[in-house]
Design a protein around this ligand. Sequence first.
Ligand code: GLV
Ligand code: MN
Ligand code: MN
Length: 416
Amino acid sequence: MSLVEPQTWREPVAAEVMRRIDVLAEVSETTGALTRRYLTPEHRRANDLVARWMAEAGMTARQDQAGNIVGRYDGIDDAAPCLMIGSHLDTVVNAGRFDGMLGVLSGIACVQILADTGRRMRYPIEVVGFADEEGVRFGTTYLGSQAIAGTLDPAKLSYRDAGGVSFRQALIDFGLDPDRIGEAARDRAKVRAFLELHIEQGPVLEALGRPVGVVTAINGQTRLAVTLSGEAGHAGTVPMSMRRDAMAAAAESVLAVETICGRQDGLVGTVGVLEIADAAINVVPGKVDFTVDLRAPGDAARASAVAAVTQAIQNAGQKRQVEARVSVIHEAASTACSQKMITVIEKAIAATGITPTQIPSGAGHDAAAMAGMCDVGMIFLRCDGGISHNPAERASQADVAAGIAVILRVLDALEA
Ligand code: GLV
Ligand code: MN
Ligand code: MN
């Protein structure tokens, strides 16, 4: 029996996913805008809500030692390796509401459909709400999925957020034991594959008029933390030739990122955070911290951009007697999705009546970290204008229904 006939489940189930996306969008650190960072009280509230929905769909839900929320729907053969379905529940600052949440809620919806029809797959299904994919709190990212994949470097426990709180302390404040974070790692032999449905965050599917596509690979990324230390001084009295202006060095560095990354197709670079210490209108900036996010489809291109940007920052500092410290806080190689999963997803898309489209992902995804432990596959869903990391981010209910239909067909195909 196919899971997707008859299709009467489609609209109510997709409508419920849309409603839950709106409910989760209210769980925010700020009123009127969605911001939900890792290990905050809002993270806990989101986990509690998702755990309730998992339980309603017939899953047993638990929070792991990294703060991921994991629901399990037993299989007929419960000793078989599970299929993990999921995405993330953390957000950027002033975020859209679909990025991440769509994949978690669609996974729960699929299990709900199985439970409502009294069906179990031969293999167990686990739906995961990953705790940290955006990495806006500690700069480094994939902390939740790396913990599950068993690749989280414990040295990251000493990373600090903008308020000076360490990752270690944030886990304690959240009620977790940092020394037990390794327990979140799953046995590779018990996980057969990971499947993630995510909005495309780009314009390709919309331009083609197709609701879903299949992801071929996820770009690698390097994140840098830069500190420029010059000397604070009086804006009226220090001659231009005698200044050690950290902000002028930062400005030159930012433009260097733009120039270096503009030279090569596919290479992108962003300075998303920049802070002048003790900023005041009449003070020559003595210290500036900023971040650099560099991505490319190829690891060699990214590595040479990292080297060029680092050199440009050092040069900008030297010119002004400003000391430049550049550290790599996140490094993820570009990751191919498994050919087996690409084929299964393409067939599922075609069987849903949609022409399959292969798309590489410029954005990072938990699937990149999960590829360290199992086969990964990703389905992209069309979003309005390709807009993301923006409160205007939207996807339609009909497209969400199509995404769910594709997941259900993938579940069927994996029975074989
Ligand atoms: C997450 O959305 C990222 O690509 O940084
Ligand atoms: Mn995302
Ligand atoms: Mn995102």
